[in-house]
Design a protein around this ligand. Structure first.
Ligand code: HEM
Length: 466
């Protein structure tokens, strides 16, 4: 019972702790069926309940946060009270990326982040600019005018080649390539994390479960062999693996083989598909917005005048940068962040108990009309400096924020702009009309059946019209 003296006459007693509103859902499964039927629609519909929404997934209580201030509270200002959500701590994820940066917590995470950070400093990753341009040029050199291609498949292939080259160098690319291929295959059946099937596959020795572990073991064998060979050779190849091997704490201690393996797998998983998706969705949006595409081409023609882009061109490719920002607003590859509360807390005036799973969706907040006028419009012009600085910090967070901010964001932005500039200079894409593009919200926001386009050589068109 509260003591009387806590509320002297005339003072306002604290408001009783409030439970956030939200959909009821199925008596046993909660909102799981509705969430699985139409994940993105459900996420956006839930916003109608308010900025903090409570929903039950089977036996798990989840909170959806829609307001940038509440997102900032969880991700940044009060980050100490939150772990990564339980989906990231699942057996499945742990088997793949172990205690790598994406999944580790506490002191282990802090040390790994400290050791890995220098490998992502701008001056270090600048060395990869040429690789990015070269690989984009090589891939597009094989394209034919009028050819129909799945541009998403091409972008997946390209970013895989780039991550393989920048992580491991060319000497081991065949093996590393295999790691990437197997990895993208084995995450597929586990794409949707909220289904009963997924929960069972993750816990019971089903056939899918056994296959997954077999393939994960095959990847481990390759990655450990690459690490051993590199250690034995003593060579610094200037790639990410060499930097991680060389990284050491003030007391001289370095990463063990197991830690190296976990970080390599993490960088593969976190860096490859996200970057490919941004490129794919950007091409998709450009193909549908000829006015924007024309301005994109004219910037490329003015800044590059026919030569290949380099790092030094990046500051001048301002409109291209805005196109990418806007594409990541509408199609954020990581469309949600998940956390678990360590202690009871209050968010946006609602009580949130310990162990609650908290989700913040780039997909919803980045399309919120309170922060982005005409939120569903692709409008790169909106990204003026004034607009960016007037925006609440967590209205736009494609790379997350706070201490767990994406370590690869500069690497990714550099890669995306350089690839767009290299390919956009020579080609444009038009969508194949009888191939509807739909979104599959799996671990990331994927085009369900790819994005089929007709390749058009800008140069050929130019010549033909002369
Ligand atoms: C467009 C591309 C990318 C997007 C949209 C993206 C998005 C994100 C997001 C949202 C997070 C935060 C997750 C959380 O807080 O729960 C994150 C973390 C991370 N990302 Fe990225 N990422 C991209 C590219 C990359 C690349 C290229 C790499 C590496 C080569 C990378 C490596 C990582 C790592 C290691 C973390 C964990 C950081 C930590 O917790 O300390 N990402 N990324």
């Amino acid at each position: 019972m509260k003591k009387v003296e806590e509320f002297p006459i005339g003072s306002v007693s604290p408001a009783p702790r409030r439970l956030a509103p939200g959909p009821k859902g199925h008596p046993i499964l909660g909102v799981m069926p509705e969430f699985n039927r139409d994940t993105l629609g459900f996420i956006r519909r839930c916003r109608d309940y308010g900025d903090v929404v409570r929903a039950r997934f089977f036996y798990v209580t989840a909170y959806f946060l829609y307001h940038p201030d509440d997102i900032e509270y969880v991700v940044s200002t009060n980050a100490k009270n939150f772990l990564k959500a339980m989906s990231l701590r699942s057996n499945f994820f742990h088997r793949l990326v172990g205690n790598g940066l994406l999944t580790s917590e506490g002191e282990v995470w802090k040390r790994q982040r400290r050791l890995a950070q220098p490998a992502f400093h701008r001056q270090r990753i600048n060395a990869y600019g040429d690789v990015m341009v070269d690989y984009a040029r090589r891939m597009s050199a094989k394209w034919l005018d009028g050819e129909i291609r799945d541009i998403h498949r091409d972008m997946m292939r390209l970013t895989l080649e780039i991550v393989v080259k920048t992580l491991f160098s060319a000497d081991v690319s065949q093996d590393a390539d295999k790691v990437g291929q197997v990895l993208s295959q084995i995450v597929k059946p586990f794409a949707s994390q909220a289904t009963i099937k997924w929960i069972l596959d993750n816990r019971l020795p089903t056939a899918a479960h056994r296959r997954f572990h077999r393939e994960a073991q095959a990847i481990d064998d390759i990655v450990y062999r690459i690490i051993t060979e590199r250690r034995e050779s003593g060579l610094d190849r200037g790639d990410l693996l060499s930097m991680l091997i060389e990284a050491h704490d003030e007391d001289g201690s370095r990463m063990t083989d197991k830690q190296l393996r976990d970080e390599v797998m993490t960088l593969f998983l976190a860096g490859h598909e996200t970057t490919a998706l941004t490129l794919s969705w950007t091409w998709y949006l450009l193909a549908q917005n000829p006015g924007v595409e024309q301005k994109f081409h004219s910037e490329l023609d003015t800044v590059l005048a026919g030569r290949l882009p380099t790092l030094e061109d990046l500051p001048a490719l301002k409109y291209t940068d805005r196109i990418v920002k806007e594409a990541m607003r509408l199609y954020p590859p990581a469309y949600g962040l998940g956390r678990e509360a360590i202690e009871d807390c209050e968010i946006g005036g609602f009580s949130v108990p310990r162990k609650a799973q908290i989700f913040m969706f780039q997909w919803a907040t980045q399309r919120d009309a309170r922060f982005f006028p005409d939120p569903d419009e692709f409008y790169p012009e909106r990204w003026t400096e004034e607009f960016s600085s007037s925006l609440p910090k967590y209205a736009y967070f494609p790379f997350g924020g706070g201490p767990r901010f994406c370590i690869g964001n500069t690497f990714a932005m550099m890669e995306i702009v350089l690839v767009l500039a290299t390919m956009g200079q020579r080609f444009r894409f038009s969508l194949v009309p009888d191939h509807p593009v739909s979104i599959l919200p799996a671990m990331s926001l994927r085009p369900k059946d790819g994005i089929r386009v007709v390749i058009e050589s800008r140069h050929a068109k130019h010549k033909a019209s002369q």
